[in-house]
Design a protein around this ligand. Structure first.
Ligand SMILES: [Zn+2]
Ligand SMILES: [Zn+2]
Length: 551
């Protein structure tokens, strides 16, 4: 049997593994590549396999870095099932169409540029409608049920404690007399997490294929975060201002409600109006309300006592744009939770526009803020920002709580490896940056006595009677598959520039020249500069065409 690492190899996003056994091809997760332009470019590449030949798909959880390319599989000819937990299906019903919508918007924006530059137009990876259609093929399973999906292939989904419905998948592969047990960890939860069980301890595995996102970090403890949350709320309300929280719509928003319920219960904060202003967050909260059976005992008990974080007494949902605008009239003593979490899109921008200039207000960040986002600029202390074309001076208090994470930290990952008492024979690290992986690998070697393997993107591991071997950058050792995929463009190497990236860079450059010369009213210089860029593009285009022919 072969296992090929088609994503999340020495990087965090794009989880996708191809398992080949007895002529069957199984995909475990099929996620979007996220992050820099260069990484996102991979989403537009052809799959290095034919989706028509895939027998079935297993999905660990709903996050789009694991699920976000599944609609593309169907668009490219896959017609089989996706097995995942019922709660994951519910979350995918809102997340995948939303992801399709984002793809459409992104392509529309790029095409505006491409049209101006006279370049061929792009089509979205998939549309919102295509994403909604493929959900009909999803088949729901429950945790802890072991079943046979194909001859020689048994699976069992176990609770990963990461987000609602998240699973680790145990996969037993039998070839001849020999059975090997693989565990695909998906993302591993950061126990104790609101609502969720601890990540399941799994015994008797041959190989763990495990995430390593925070392999070199420790998160700090929950009570410190809760105390800071309490202080921020009380200080803001003492000044009479609003507390505005940019938050990811799914899981983080519901987690905040959970913490608010605890603070409220302990009488650490006064009764408070909480507004959830994001259609996606409202939908997700509804799904949580129907997911009682997935919650840990503590949450179930408190809901039964009537202390329900998802039904706080003064919790308000705003669905329509009109609801959202009404919140802008509130001058103080409200908590406004809205998306996006990095404040670079969505309704949160309106709330920031209406509160940033007020010295009595507070903006609280509870998640990672990427370089270049409005969230990062505010955290960096910018005193003047532009929102919807309007200059806003920042007088509000800017706060940040670190360590609200749904991922286990280094300690959590090491615990998970050892908690069953019978560590696996081999550990394969995925879903992590190189530094996190090498730190974690060293710790595992020291504490567990196993030297973890770190696959590179596109690498295949082979198993037969005599053991395991590795072959970098071969999609498969199976010569048929090789012949069949030889026609298909391989994923980009780090040094390879695709024509899409190049065209984008060049149209960006042309846009900038336009803007610059408009400002300085140097029409002649503009056309000179543009002519030069067009010449460069032609040269590079020709060069690319030649290189492709040589291949
Ligand atoms: Zn995740
Ligand atoms: Zn992930």
């Amino acid at each position: 049997m072969n296992l090929t690492f088609l994503g999340a190899a020495q990087m965090v996003t794009g989880s996708c593994y191809l398992l080949e056994t007895r002529g069957y091809k199984i995909i475990i997760d099929c996620g979007l590549f996220q992050g820099s332009k260069h990484i996102k470019e991979k989403n537009y590449n052809e799959f290095p396999f034919s989706p028509k030949d895939i027998s079935l798909v297993l999905l660990t959880h709903a996050h789009t870095d694991h699920s976000g390319l599944i609609p593309k599989l169907y668009k490219n000819g896959y017609t089989g099932p996706v097995y995942t937990t019922n709660a994951t299906i519910e979350l995918c019903k809102i997340m995948l169409p939303d992801s399709g919508h984002i793809q459409e918007m992104e392509v529309e924006r790029k095409n505006r540029k491409f049209t101006r530059a006279g370049l061929p137009l792009l089509t979205p990876i998939y549309t919102s409608e295509e994403a909604a259609d493929c959900l009909n093929y999803f088949k729901g399973v429950e945790y802890r049920e072991k079943f046979e999906l194909l001859p020689g292939l048994q699976v069992c989904f176990q609770d990963a404690g990461h987000i609602l419905g998240s699973a680790m998948i145990e996969v037993w592969v039998t070839e001849g007399e020999k059975t090997l047990k693989f565990v695909f960890s998906g993302d591993i939860g950061n126990a104790p997490e609101p609502y969720l069980e601890q990540p399941t301890c799994i015994a008797d595995s041959d190989y763990l294929i495990m995430e390593s996102t925070y392999g070199n970090r420790l998160h700090g403890n929950t009570s410190d975060r809760l105390n800071k949350f309490r202080d921020v709320i009380n200080e803001t309300f003492a000044k009479g201002g609003n507390l505005v929280i940019p938050s990811f719509a799914i899981e983080r928003t519901q987690d905040l409600l959970y913490y608010l319920e605890i603070l409220h219960d302990n009488k650490d904060i006064p009764p408070v109006d909480v507004y959830i202003d994001s259609p996606l967050a409202v939908e997700a909260t509804k799904i949580f309300r129907h997911s009682f059976k997935y919650f840990n005992k503590e949450t179930q008990d408190s809901i039964q006592r009537g202390e329900d974080p998802l039904n706080l007494p003064r919790l308000h949902f705003s669905l329509t744009a009109k609801d959202s605008m009404a919140i802008n009239e509130i001058k103080g003593k409200a908590i406004i939770i809205s998306a996006s979490g990095m404040a670079d899109a969505g309704r949160i921008k309106h709330h920031l526009k209406h509160n940033l200039w007020r010295s009595e207000a507070t903006v609280l960040f509870v998640g990672y803020q990427a370089e270049g986002t409005l969230g990062r600029r505010l955290l960096n202390g910018d005193k003047q920002v532009t929102i919807h074309g309007e200059e806003i001076s920042v007088k509000a208090n800017i706060e940040n709580i670190d360590g609200f994470s749904a991922h286990a930290d280094q300690r959590g990952l090491l615990n998970w490896i050892q908690c069953s008492g019978t560590p696996a024979e081999g550990i394969i690290l995925v879903h992590g940056e190189e530094e996190a992986q090498s730190d974690l690998a060293q710790k595992i070697k020291d504490q567990v006595g196993i030297e973890p393997l770190i696959p590179s993107l596109g690498e295949t591991f082979h198993w037969n009677e005599s053991g395991m071997t590795r072959s970098p950058k071969h999609w498969s050792a199976d010569s048929n598959l090789k012949a069949e995929t030889a026609e298909i463009k391989p994923m980009n190497d780090k040094n390879e520039v695709s024509s899409n990236t190049l065209n984008e860079a060049l149209t960006d450059l042309m846009d900038k020249i336009h803007k610059l010369s408009e400002k300085e009213r140097q029409r002649d210089n503009q056309s000179d500069a543009l002519r030069n860029v067009l010449e460069i593009r032609e040269l590079v285009d020709n060069k690319l065409r030649l290189t492709n022919k040589e291949k």
